[in-house]
Ligand binder design. Structure first.
Ligand code: SF4
Length: 325
């Protein structure tokens, strides 16, 4: 995987949201949703962001698609700096970068039939004849497993799993290179989750797609990812090949997260690390390491300096002062 070309290169990304206050709705502060995040995604790979809700993973996914404007940083996609593109160039670029949402029901217009839902992205990005449109619809319905006889139905006439297939078809009909999948299976029954995950993996192979997969479910992430980044309060605290991170977690937060996964073997010797306290507010992040209030290894320097990410083993990065001695 390491020889694959880098498709996305995200450098020092920052996304802040203004907090408005007072009668005149003046900016009185900022929510630091994403704070100095850097990562790369290679062609045909799945890079996952994992962490508790509110850690900034969904905002990161939307910011790299420029659905949210970044406050700072660089987003290089296929050699082009997306932040330098004007509206029209960005619109054209969007056919290469798509988003699959968590809740397929709210992301699909209930007044449109499946056929219309699939035609819309084709009309936005291409000028196809009716026969060509029909051909593309036939191809994608077959690829994602939608019954072609159901094309005139509306989203509410489908089950959750089928609706997610329609969402995926809508995202992939423009043949993108890259997809952000934001919690794509967490709204589904467990029995359906595996089907949708396997579908995403098959489509990746057949269409040579790259994914940014966003999830709070550590088992799902392990199943689907080549590499993983663990986020806490807007920062990536650990990143590496999935099996390296899962088998040898180094950051105290990653260790605590992974210790909460139920044991596969009841006799396995595994101690759960319980985190004390709550995640601090991103509107008022703590000084130094953002995890220091909850870390059992906290040292003097931890409340003073933000730890830099260090490569501890090839491709395995950790941002923690324990490793900066
Ligand atoms: Fe804990 Fe300090 Fe490492 Fe932060 S930098 S995770 S507080 S040891």
């Amino acid at each position: 995987m390491s020889e694959q070309k880098v498709l996305f290169d995200v450098q020092h990304l920052q996304t802040y949201f203004p907090i408005l206050g007072g009668v005149v709705r003046k900016t009185v502060g900022y929510v630091h949703a994403v704070e100095d995040v850097s990562f790369q995604i290679r062609e045909k790979e799945t890079f996952s962001l994992v962490g508790e809700s509110g850690c900034g993973k969904s905002t990161t996914g939307r910011t790299i698609l420029r659905l949210i404007e970044p406050t700072n940083g660089k987003i290089i996609f296929d050699g082009q700096d997306l932040c330098q593109l004007d509206k029209e160039s960005m619109r054209k670029m969007r056919r290469n970068m798509q988003l699959v949402f968590q809740d397929p029901y709210s992301s699909l217009n209930p007044r449109m039939t499946v056929r219309k839902l699939l035609e819309e992205p084709l009309d936005t990005h291409f000028q196809l004849t009716p026969a060509e449109t029909e051909e593309q619809i036939k191809w994608i319905t077959e690829a994602v497993g939608i019954n072609p006889e159901h094309l005139e139905r509306y989203p509410h006439q489908f089950s959750g799993g089928q609706r997610q297939r329609i969402s995926i078809a809508r995202a992939l009909i423009t043949k993108p290179k890259f997809v952000v999948a934001d919690e794509p299976v967490s709204a589904l029954d467990v029995s359906i989750q595996a089907q949708i995950l396997n579908l995403l993996m098959d489509l990746q192979k057949n269409m040579e797609l790259s994914y940014l997969f966003i999830s709070h479910d550590l088992n799902v992430v392990r199943h689907i990812s080549n590499r993983v980044g663990v986020m806490y309060l807007g920062r990536i605290v650990e990143m590496g090949n999935t099996e390296d991170v899962y088998q040898k977690p180094m950051h105290p937060y990653t260790q605590a997260l992974l210790s909460a996964i139920p044991k596969r073997d009841p006799l396995e010797d595994k101690k759960r690390i319980r985190l004390e306290g709550d995640v601090p507010s991103p509107a008022n992040p703590p000084k130094g390491c953002s995890f220091h209030d909850r870390c059992e290894h906290c040292m003097g320097i931890c409340s003073e300096q933000v730890p830099e990410a260090r490569e501890m083993e090839p491709g395995h990065f950790v941002a923690c002062h324990l490793f900066n001695k």
